[in-house]
Design a protein around this ligand. Sequence first.
Ligand SMILES: Nc1ncnc2c1ncn2[C@@H]1O[C@H](COP(=O)(O)OP(=O)(O)O)[C@@H](O)[C@H]1O
Ligand SMILES: [Mg+2]
Length: 555
Amino acid sequence: MMTRPEGATEAPADDVKHLQACINDLISVLALPAIWTGHGSAHVLRTLLDAFLGMLRLDFAYARLIEGPDAPPIEVARAAPPRDVASRPQEVGAALAVYLEGGESAGATRVPNPLGPGDVSIAPFRLGLDDEAGILVAGSRRPDFPTKFELLLLRVATNQAGISLREVRLLDEQRLERQHVEEERRTLATLVEHSPDFIGMATPDGRVIFINPVGRRLVGLGDTEDLGSTRMVDWIADDDRERFLTQVLPSLMRDERWEGVTRFRDLRTGAVIPMLQSAFVIKSPRGNHPRLLATIGRDMTEHRRAEMALRAAQAELAHVSRMATMGELASSLAHELNQPLAAVVTNGSACLRWLDRDEPNIEEAMQAVQRIVRDANRAADVIAHTRALLRRSTAEKTLLSVTEVAREVLALVHPEVLRHRVVILESLANALLPVLGDRIQLQQVMLNLVLNGIEAMMEVSDRSRELAIRAEPYRLEDGSAVLVAIQDAGIGLSPESRERVFDAFYTTKSQGLGMGLSISRSIIQGHGGRLWATANPRHGATFQFALPCAALPVV
Ligand SMILES: Nc1ncnc2c1ncn2[C@@H]1O[C@H](COP(=O)(O)OP(=O)(O)O)[C@@H](O)[C@H]1O
Ligand SMILES: [Mg+2]
């Protein structure tokens, strides 16, 4: 279909025909979007230019579209046969570039023909809704190009194309977004698949809907076995199920989080698996109701085993260190034993003498025997204490009074105290709440601290060697506690050594093992308490520990 030069005088019949042709062209242009749906931008431009060349007497048409800052521009060109520029639109674009800088112009511009000799009229149009999107140029050698109708047609079609191109772009973006989301979903799924931890999900009413491969293996499900009617409770060990249903689940639903240990069981072997769980509620995107229950859990079996091995090793070490401490005490212990034993001998001889008389003095003899019994008991006590400390014992926690333990330790170090002319200042509260602890271990801690204090004062000669021992009520973050402080007037602690002294094998003594404080700290921590050191304002150091009081049953 051809348009006519405007302004030519025509017969009315011709006018009608011309108008019909124009309307047909317009209708074709309006139908273009229908063939564009589902295609990319390049297709839209190619068919648009083809339509232009088919409808208007053009020599060429060119379009360039910039789809984004990173994408190369799409360029399309068409020329009236026999010329063919479809394969080299860039050349047309380059030849026109200087004339297109001003963008869209209302009328025609006469420029040198980019495809051959002579001049052409060009009509540039903005393509797309923002200026940057692109440009479309139609060119014709006709001096009357473009006529008003051609201008109208080109503008309508270009607008249509603009809308379609935007749609294409939006669809592309949506597709990319979907791809992106899908990729992300797959990445997350891979993470879950490869997680060494148990990951599972269930509906709020307890039906299991997902479990990762590690989880499957853990509870004895095959890789492909259908979860079907599996329920969360099926995995909980029999003796933990009650607690799971009455405490764990309700608290998860209430707080939307639950952390702690639950006991799973292997569905095939029945073996119990302690699991450290971090469970949480996944809520529906809209509304507030729980959509899924999820948990990430870790098999604690290995951890428990390692913990037990560690505890055994610690006990072993504590034992060795006790032996070493007792070795240090041996000479004064011998001395301590010597006294009652010598007294036994003396009293024994006296007793014999009282009895050996013509008229035996039974009264005196009995008194001597009583003294023998008393001294022998004293010796037996010392030996019993020593034996208890040397006994290889696993921790055995009982309710005990730290004051009592402190008194026992003071009795044990009594000879050492005398030997080093140390003055003990005792301030032990009697009515302290009991702690749940291992007597031997706590004795060991106090023995260490007291001996360290005595040793720290060995070189002190310009002041009295005072060792103060206090036991008093205290508060830890989570409740009532007792504090035991052992304060010496010795060489003291430098700020740097205040923490280092707790390191294993840190010692400044030629005969030292350097294990005392490190073991003491682990014992106190094993009792849920804290052990720390401070420097005194004037002389010496204070080592103190706090232990939580045992929760007493309410009577
Ligand atoms: N009361 C104290 N005053 C000053 N220094 C101390 C005191 N207690 C411990 N230390 C320092 O901490 C080190 C480590 O103590 P410890 O672990 O009991 O091992 P050891 O007594 O075998 O050296 C000691 O060698 C000493 O240097
Ligand atoms: Mg020590």
